[in-house]
Design a protein around this ligand. Sequence first.
Ligand SMILES: NC(=O)C1=CN([C@@H]2O[C@H](COP(=O)(O)OP(=O)(O)OC[C@H]3O[C@@H](n4cnc5c(N)ncnc54)[C@H](O)[C@@H]3O)[C@@H](O)[C@H]2O)C=CC1
Ligand SMILES: C=CC1=C(C)/C(=C/c2[nH]c(/C=C3N=C(/C=C4\NC(=O)C(C)=C4C=C)C(C)=C\3CCC(=O)O)c(CCC(=O)O)c2C)NC1=O
Length: 292
Amino acid sequence: MLGSVVVGIGIAGSVRMRDLMAPLSSSAAEQISIRGFVSRRSLEDQQGVKQISMTEALSRDDIHVAFICTENTSHEENIRQFLEAGKHVCVEYPMTLSHTSAVDLWNLAQQKGLVLHEEHIELFTPDFKQLKKDISGKTLEEGKLHFTGGPLKANFGFPSFSGIARLTWLVVLFGELTVTSVDLVEEKENKYMKMTAHLLTQQHKPLTWIEERGPGLGRAKHVEFRFQDVTITELPAGQREPVGLFMQDLLLFCRKLQGEVSAAELQAERNRILHCLELADRIQQITENTHA
Ligand SMILES: NC(=O)C1=CN([C@@H]2O[C@H](COP(=O)(O)OP(=O)(O)OC[C@H]3O[C@@H](n4cnc5c(N)ncnc54)[C@H](O)[C@@H]3O)[C@@H](O)[C@H]2O)C=CC1
Ligand SMILES: C=CC1=C(C)/C(=C/c2[nH]c(/C=C3N=C(/C=C4\NC(=O)C(C)=C4C=C)C(C)=C\3CCC(=O)O)c(CCC(=O)O)c2C)NC1=O
């Protein structure tokens, strides 16, 4: 049995605790039990789980795994502390807010022989799974992915990082990308922002990625993918699944802990994650250069 701790008790942290308290039966998730949670606030027991200090979480021999569910600006420091202490880490996306820090952390994990896993629930959604099937074998001519949502709280980082889930969709669907230009509109007083990134596939086909957030904007994705023979303007509904998104991610993490994911798969996943973070970094740099 592996002992675990959840760090950061927001939406994601609470869902992690719920899933750890009730793992999918007869699944690999049953091998992890939760021994406590860490928060910078002083909290009552949560879902029957006790708060413990960071020092205790890092030093206890019966804690082998940390779930990092804090705001994005804290991920890097949290991951490093747990890896240094010899614990496996599952971190909610984005792993960090720069490509170089992610490379560093990954090297550290490898050196220590630990699993470093970045959650990507967007890849488990029924609409994504269906979309991937629907477009397989088709030749893209041009595409657009426009995400809208409410304003994020502070400390979620530049939109290309907080929105890494959308970039990950594009990379999984269309392969490695390059950035051609970026436009950012920001109205801080209105809590409004719109980032438009122009990307190119390796076949030089244009993709536009828009992240737009503001009060009153509902969480939604609008797509327009033009292929040689067909144009997709709506996400397919997909088949609802009995296992929740975070639970699916937990199962993947557990398979990694048990050494059931092949080296080739791990390498491909790591390449994808680092490529996305590199693109996010590039998008931020281009914006900072043009708006300086
Ligand atoms: N909510 C979701 O469905 C998903 C969230 N994520 C990721 O999970 C992470 C957390 O996101 P959410 O749980 O949605 O955000 P949240 O805002 O609900 O939670 C963030 C956590 O940080 C804590 N926190 C922030 N600043 C603090 C401070 N100064 N002192 C004490 N505590 C502080 C909050 O209390 C909470 O524990 C992010 O990395 C996000 O990208 C990833 C996929 C899905
Ligand atoms: C209750 C059901 C619920 C669902 C179905 C849900 C889905 C969901 N939330 C996500 C991210 C996220 N979701 C949130 C937050 C929220 N998400 C919300 O639905 C609400 C109400 C908030 C907060 C007020 C955040 C902060 C992320 C990570 C950042 C992001 O990708 O936007 C993602 C991955 C990103 C993507 O697909 O683009 C999914 C699939 N989240 C949920 O909480």
